[in-house]
Design a protein. Structure first.
Length: 179
């Protein structure tokens, strides 16, 4: 079975439990913390994939590292360790977030701009583009990119909306070269 199918099954099971327990947002937040810690803490990632440590020792380390997260998330992590699927944890988180977003009518978006967006600008972008893709709202991650010169570039899944000055100049250049 492919790794993404495995991750999807674990995420699906956790999603079902979180929905039944009515703590979907808490579980999602806990999973985001787990993902961030694993992505930015190479030592913990190395410990989890180490064959020198016993499974019980790895489970103890994870239990101590994530003592404040919900019991369902912790149990899922421990089951993944038991079944030697430590390398699937981040993909399980991604699959869970996708399921939670789909259930709540939200989409993840990266907005590239020359400066940090204000809350009003974030809300306006969310309202405008969520309607275009048939969602209720967008969870916006703002990425400052001074190469844009002005305007914004928005990425939602595999769709890109480019309203940046750099994008307009590039399109104009291509048009002039083809003429």
């Amino acid at each position: 079975m492919s790794n993404s199918m495995v991750a999807k099954r674990y995420a699906s099971a956790l999603f079902q439990i979180a929905t039944e327990q009515q703590n979907l947002s808490q579980v999602e937040e806990d999973l985001r913390v787990v993902k961030e810690v694993l992505q930015y803490n190479a030592d913990l990632k190395a410990v989890l994939s180490s064959s020198k440590l016993t499974i019980d020792k790895r489970k103890e380390i994870v239990t101590n590292a994530f003592a404040s997260i919900s019991v369902h998330v912790l149990n899922t992590l421990l089951i993944l360790i038991d079944r030697h699927r430590e390398n699937e944890i981040i993909e399980v988180v991604n699959q869970f977030i996708e399921l939670a977003n789909e259930a709540s009518g939200v989409a993840e978006a990266q907005v590239y701009s020359v400066r940090a967006l204000t809350d009003v600008e974030r809300e306006a972008i969310s309202t405008t583009f969520a309607a275009k893709i048939g969602k209720k709202s967008l969870k916006i991650e703002n990425i400052v990119d001074t190469n844009l010169l002005g305007g914004i570039r928005l990425r939602i899944g595999n769709r890109i909306y480019d309203g940046s000055l750099r994008g307009k100049l590039d399109r104009l250049e291509r048009k002039l070269l083809l003429s």
